[in-house]
Design a protein around this ligand. Structure first.
Ligand SMILES: Cc1cc2nc3c(=O)[nH]c(=O)nc-3n(C[C@H](O)[C@H](O)[C@H](O)COP(=O)(O)OP(=O)(O)OC[C@H]3O[C@@H](n4cnc5c(N)ncnc54)[C@H](O)[C@@H]3O)c2cc1C
Length: 465
């Protein structure tokens, strides 16, 4: 099978799919590698299967809209490497991907990193208990196999996905114990500071109000002004506790789904050595790019949520722009033609981005999530608490990599994906410096687990001892 391409796309969500379709229309040879068995990414996960099983309509019009993009991708002539995890990308354009048994190497003149977002870690007391998981994980189970939470499950957190998922559960005939809403950003303040964007993004607001109405109609309990949440139980969650106006409340819980927004998945771009900036509005690092997603590493482009959280429509526009930019960089599209083709994508991008300032202000994560109390576990893989990180800082550690050496924090199987943001936040708070100065974990390949036998099989004939 062909292994050399003009454009290799990593990630089959809206950004990657739109980029592949656009690049093919410009005559580039394209491969798309994705760890999921079918195209769609997070938002359109398993959309073809859900449609075939008659479940797609209950998952909402936005979800079903993804079918058109997935079908356009299937028809565009890109080579699809499905169920393959990319565990290494080299700045010169080699992409290594495993299916769990065998690794392949693809070569691209340009590589698009479109690996999406991950949920912001929510380190609270009890978050490692069985029965506590994230809203996103519950949504994966629902979209993939139609599984709904039991009626005794609570949701705690804030962000568009909380209301979206709760409404999704209700629409599918499920029930929830209730929602503990931790949103701290005042609605009036967020609205006043972002009035113009709110008006332009009224469709997104209308959707949010629709979710709230559906939840009210289904009589889902919603507690607002929640300042702190804890999961309590022996061996698994039995109760959830929450604080409002300084007073603690408690209720039985069969499960707890946490969510405090999503952050860019930056492991790949950090490993590639791309420059990153701290985004103060979204409280996360993101790779530095130009309008066409080009990074400071020549062969590498970025599109979608892994370059900064914008949502599915923004991701799609960025994917198209990245493909247009790549075609020009490869000498296949003159600059004036690039500008003509880019105009509609740029206009749509501005329209879909307009609401972001309001959402970022409304759902800003509370500071204690970024720097939790001493007894809270931060690194789940190695059971390292926030207190241990503070001790390491007191001993003189000035950044995440030193803390890693001193404590093993970030050395487990998740490779710091889950603790990284909290480690940065805790160090920054202790030292009284901006998070950008505290820095992030250094990332090294393999980005995903890979067997030694696969590595050995990749050796060129004549290499080795
Ligand atoms: C858990 C979760 C649930 C979400 N649910 C919703 C929702 O219901 N509605 C909504 O509007 N927005 C939702 N979002 C936000 C939404 O996913 C994004 O706005 C949108 O999907 C971004 O598109 P994207 O193409 O940038 O990334 P994604 O859609 O995330 O696509 C990235 C793809 O890359 C793949 N990938 C990642 N790493 C690798 C690797 N190493 N090798 C191979 N493949 C890889 C992923 O599996 C995924 O298929 C959700 C986000 C998350 C994290």
């Amino acid at each position: 099978m062909k292994r050399d391409f003009d454009f290799v796309v990593v990630g089959g969500g809206p950004a990657g799919l739109a980029a592949a379709v656009q690049a093919r229309s410009l005559g580039l040879s394209v491969a798309l590698v994705d760890e999921q068995p079918a195209p769609g990414g997070q938002i359109y996960r398993a959309v073809e299967r859900a449609e075939a099983e008659g479940r797609a309509a209950a998952l909402g019009a936005d979800y079903r809209d993804g079918l058109a993009l997935v079908r356009a991708f299937r028809d565009c002539g890109a080579v699809h490497f499905a169920s393959r995890q990319v565990w290494q990308v080299e700045p010169e354009g080699r992409v290594f991907a495993t299916d769990g048994r065998e690794s392949i190497v693809l070569r691209g003149s340009r590589i698009l990193v479109a690996v999406g977002a991950l949920e912001r870690p929510v380190p609270i007391r009890g978050w490692t208990l069985p029965g506590v998981m994230t809203v996103g994980a519950a949504q994966v189970l629902h979209k993939s196999i139609g599984l709904l939470p039991s009626p005794g499950v609570w949701i705690a957190g804030s962000g568009p996905l909380v209301l979206h998922f709760a409404a999704e559960v209700v629409a599918a005939g499920g029930r929830l114990a209730g929602i503990l809403d931790t949103a701290r950003g005042g609605l009036p303040e967020a609205a006043i500071a972002n009035a113009a964007g709110m008006l332009r993004g009224w469709r997104y607001l209308a959707r949010g109000l629709g979710y709230l109405a559906a939840l009210r109609q289904a009589d889902v309990r919603r507690v607002t002004g929640v300042e702190a949440v804890e999961a309590v139980g022996e061996g698994r969650i039995a109760r959830v506790r929450w604080r409002v106006n300084g007073a603690w409340n408690e209720a039985p819980a069969e499960g707890l789904l946490l969510h405090e927004g999503v952050i860019p998945s930056t492991h790949m771009t950090f490993a590639l050595g791309c420059a990153h900036d701290w985004d103060d509005a979204q409280r996360c690092f993101r790779p530095r790019t130009d309008d066409f997603g080009a990074t400071d590493v020549e062969a590498i482009l970025v599109a979608g949520d892994c370059g900064g959280i914008g949502g599915a429509r923004v991701a799609e526009c960025q994917g198209r722009l990245a493909a247009i930019g790549a075609a020009t960089a490869l000498g296949r599209l003159p600059v004036p033609e690039r500008e003509r083709l880019a105009r509609p994508a740029r206009e749509a991008l501005a329209r879909h981005r307009a609401i972001r300032g309001f959402l970022d202000a409304l759902y800003a994560p509370p500071p204690e999530l970024l720097a939790p109390p001493d007894d809270v576990i931060v690194c789940r893989c190695e059971s390292i608490t926030a207190g241990r990180i503070r001790e390491a800082v007191a001993l003189g550690c000035r950044g995440p990599n030193q803390v890693k050496s001193f404590t093993r924090c970030g050395m487990g199987p998740c490779q710091g994906r889950l603790c990284g943001p909290t480690v940065t936040g805790t160090i920054a708070a202790e030292l009284g410096v901006p998070p950008a100065q505290a820095g992030a974990f250094r990332v090294r390949p393999p980005l995903k687990p890979v067997r030694l036998g696969e590595l050995a099989a990749l050796a060129e004939p004549g290499e080795g001892a």
